[in-house]
Design a protein around this ligand. Sequence first.
Ligand SMILES: Nc1ncnc2c1ncn2[C@@H]1O[C@H](COP(=O)(O)OP(=O)(O)OP(=O)(O)O)[C@@H](O)[C@H]1O
Length: 258
Amino acid sequence: MDLELDGLTVTASGRRLIADIDAHVRSGQLVGLVGPNGSGKSSTLRCVFRTLTPNRGTVRLGGEDVAGMSLRDSARMIAALTQESQPEFDFTAAEVVTMGRAPHKSTFARHDDEDRRIRARALSEVGCEHLAERDFRTLSGGERQRVLIARALAQQPQVLVLDEPTNHLDIRHQLDVLALVHRLGLTTVTALHDLNMAASWCDRVHVLDRGRIVAAGPPREVLTPEIVREVFGVRAHVVDHPGTGAPQLLFEPSRPAA
Ligand SMILES: Nc1ncnc2c1ncn2[C@@H]1O[C@H](COP(=O)(O)OP(=O)(O)OP(=O)(O)O)[C@@H](O)[C@H]1O
């Protein structure tokens, strides 16, 4: 299912958070949003999963404007992993994953065997079966992140919206999560801080700076030393990964002037 963002503009508290954001994520593509802190990545994603309403512009799913859909209908298609997705109550990890089934159930429906199978598979995909009965609040940051990814999978979405899915994860789990997202083959848009992870896994990368997209395209065309310097103010070199051939950035540490 294609996801199209067309001219998204958001103003809040008298400030323009994002302006004229265009992005076309084709069915099955993995598209990364990168950019400095405060450049508008989360605001863009929030428009997609509808916790923020754009002042201008549209989000289309399979050609249909989401503004005309009920929240339940769009939640059947879009699963989100956000910075704010942490439940506060004493749910077990399994119960948190079960919440992913909500958009597919009517208000009074009980969870059935199929829901339990979907939950077990989602927990197993992120390697968290052993955490099923643990109180979610007692999990480490990385364990929580993986359980929340399982919740998104239990939603059986066609589109995944991920805000920093590798946050809190050790390197092995960062690679596992991005490999899983890639393997799922869903239409996915994800904010990522790690430019080398974006270069390795994304089909296309959009670079945001001060609320606008300043570059978009395949990682090799977009993650160049010029753009990294202009947007992040950091000097970088590009090398080819000896194993995968993906472009990788080597950053020059900034040293205080002598
Ligand atoms: N509701 C709001 N009211 C006013 N300003 C806001 C609001 N939400 C976000 N902002 C501001 O908009 C800008 C973009 O924020 P956003 O969270 O989208 O950036 P980001 O690229 O995801 O940042 P980070 O990498 O730090 O997570 C920031 O300067 C932020 O302070």
